[in-house]
Design a protein around this ligand. Structure first.
Ligand SMILES: Cc1cc2nc3c(=O)[nH]c(=O)nc-3n(C[C@H](O)[C@H](O)[C@H](O)COP(=O)(O)O)c2cc1C
Length: 216
């Protein structure tokens, strides 16, 4: 099967952010949205991440970097990659490097193609796709609410105080969704951890004793 057909079959959509986890050098790992435009894969890597720092090294200007895109079999992998990196050890699967909880893995080359004020735009060229899991999974609202909360959490340090407050409210709304859709203590603990971490980041970035948020 042609690589583009396979990528479409595993769910990559045109003109859409396709959420993946990128892995570079086995030690840089982070959720990354891949935007597909006319079959070409692009992503924006924001300041503050290890990948941004890696791409900032002088020789990275023309160089192709080998990377792996993991398609998580559970959205909770996004949480683990951000908060519990020590729990995800990259492993080799059919010649590619990925994680245990991946349903597919894509080997690709990445190249920095544009430098912007707060980010780099990179182009990704898929070289090989390996499908690892075919078992269907039930849709859970709480998982997607957790991913949304994570996205807002990672943005808080880089936006204005007003925007950050807006994000905190959105994160609390995500907690509502989690609480409405699962009684599992495990997942409620996860969303509460994101809420608490978000409040901590907010307070440390916009540290103003008068308006300190306590979460109570
Ligand atoms: C679902 C999801 C998608 C994300 N997409 C991007 C992205 O496209 N570009 C980016 O720079 N950061 C993105 N982020 C935020 C980074 O993954 C986050 O800053 C990461 O924790 C940085 O990792 P590091 O601190 O180990 O370098 C995303 C986060 C989530 C939860």
């Amino acid at each position: 099967m042609k690589i583009n057909t396979l990528l479409r079959k595993i769910g990559f959509l045109e003109k859409t952010y396709n959420e993946t986890i990128v892995l570079v050098n086995k030690d840089i790992m982070m959720p990354l949205g891949i935007y597909v435009d006319n079959g070409v894969f692009y992503a924006r890597v924001y300041k503050g991440s290890k990948l941004y720092n890696y791409l900032s090294r002088p020789r990275m200007n023309n160089e192709l970097v080998e990377a792996y895109l993991c398609i998580p079999s559970t959205p909770l992998l996004f949480y683990i990659v951000i908060f519990e990196k020590n729990k995800v050890i990259p492993i080799e699967k059919r010649g590619l490097i990925c994680f245990k909880d991946c349903s597919a893995c894509i080997k690709c080359n990445i190249q920095k193609i544009r430098v912007e004020r707060e980010s780099y735009v990179i182009k990704l060229t898929p070289i090989k796709v390996v499908v690892l899991k075919k078992m269907p999974r039930v849709y859970h609202r709480f998982e997607h609410a957790i991913v949304e909360a994570l996205v807002y959490y990672t943005k808080i340090p880089y936006v204005s105080r007003r925007k950050a407050l807006e994000y905190l409210k959105k994160i609390l709304w995500c907690r509502e969704i989690v609480y409405h859709s699962t009684y599992s203590r495990k997942y409620r603990r996860i969303i509460n951890n994101i809420v608490n971490r978000s409040i901590d980041v907010y307070n440390s970035v916009f540290n103003n004793k008068k308006s300190k948020i306590t979460g109570k």
